[in-house]
Design a protein around this ligand. Sequence first.
Ligand code: M6R
Length: 612
Amino acid sequence: MCGIVGYTGNAPAAPILLEGLEHLEYRGYDSAGVAVVSPDKGLQIQKCKGRLQALREKLDSLPPLEGTVGLGHTRWATHGEPNDVNSHPHVSQNGRVAIVHNGIIENYAEIKDFLLHKGVRFRSDTDSEVVAQLLEYCFTDHSDPLDAVYAVLERLEGAYALGILCADRPDMLIAARKDAPLLIGYGGGESFIASDATAIIAHTRQVSYMEDGEVAVLTRAGVQVFDQYRRPVEKQRHTIEWDVSAAEKGGYAHFMFKEIMEQPEALRQTISPRLRDGRLVFDELELPEDRLRDFDRIFLVACGSSYHVGMLGKYNLERFLRLPVEVCLASEFRYSSPLVDERSLVIVISQSGETLDSMAALREAKARGGYILAIVNVVGSSIARESDGVLYTWAGPEIAVATTKAYSTQLVLLTMFGLWMAEKLGRADPEDYAAVTAELALLPAKLETVLADTGVYQYLASQYFNHDCIFYIGRNLDYALGLEGSLKLKEISYIHSESYAAGELKHGTISLIEPGTLVVALATYGQLFDKAASNIVEVKSRGADVVGLTTESFRPRMEQLATHTLTIPDTHPALQPNLGVAPLQLFAYYIALQRGCDIDKPKNLAKSVTVE
Ligand code: M6R
């Protein structure tokens, strides 16, 4: 969370920073700020609570900030409420340094206490301000800014991506990283730092990813990077392949809607390089068959929607592989002394590849000897880099906080991987293998038909947008799918929602069903349709309205049961959730639209969760 962008070059920095922040706002939008430094004016800071637009308006009413070196920040508040003072950049007491920070300084209280005793006065309630104040304090012993930065970093505990400006060095920007993403961008006579490439792609496609412990010094003359022991590092440069338009709305009202509609194409990008003549191929993996044979257990580790992919993956992978599969919330896994060893395959699923909980779980699993396979969307992200093997989802940049196309591509990729592994181990049923691969080829087109007509979802949203609680029920794969449908609704519409295994209702939850309660009943898993039907009858007979989602072949039966029936094309059961998720996304989207919610930037959330 929090977005950072920095610039050094010959152009006025402020407009470049603001433009960069526009692309980073999805990372946090509690406040925004910029700092620019120039030889004549020194450090100039403007920041305020609220969206970037508020900062723009403030800047428009003031004389332009002067300088060609600067930093920008958009905040997702952790320590200190969202207000003007707690906004970044933070400036040290005597105005010598300004910093922007993403992450949490865990020992900030101790440092603050130390500095308070030295007479330093703090302005904000943030953990981040200690970095600015400590840096200025360290200047008493270190006249060279880099010496002072290293002295500060030695004392910091926690996670940080830092951008630093010094009033008396208007030619220079310093960056440092530990456990929070930061990349360097290289242009002609200019250089950048950014939390992700979307912020700088309009200026350069040449980037390198900072590693933990690294410090970068950016000047007009170029970029120097040092490791934690201050040894120079030769950074590998990567070229960003995707087009700038992929990170723009392109005429759609919301990124979320655009990304829902992009799903068929995203699935094509994920599936087609790995499906050749009806066979699954994973050329990108260097996993010898004897290593595959060694695995006696699989862990699927993730957070949020990626965790829901894991929930679905468990059903499919256990069916294909007949191996025990455990699905773990990354935030719990890391503290649970997990039973991972050399025979464990640990699959970490993450869109951003930067989620701190998932990253920490990865490291825990690695330390215990597990083989780490990442399913990640963002190329070059931390999780991708620290894993033993990576499968990229190729969904393209996902901007809306609520994930859609990344979820869908993670899901299909995990299913494909499970089947591929089963075949390598001689455990795949040939008929089933052929059926899944045949359906994989058809999946994007089938999804297009689901997305072709959104009228029914708009209608349903108009009927139910003012409900204050909506239930989702389903069995087996439909249960896991319901968890995602319910999360989509909650996060963007703020309607309370619960998702239950349909068979579990009678063990307690059914007491919450009243006349008029809306229950979204998922029954796309044909084998259990009859069981799901019984559960639908149970809630209907207690007065619930039921929106039933099933496949075309079960439409007549669902129409007899539900208040409203939604259908998706039939496909192989293992792939059915890939079609089933789209109606749930659209239902949540239109409900949020009816309620006037800020769909792409729901309250209290951020896209990339880089704090614990
Ligand atoms: O980037 P990740 O996939 O690791 O993110 C995990 C969750 O934070 C994420 O899926 C979150 O739950 C989404 N906002 C859901 O739409």
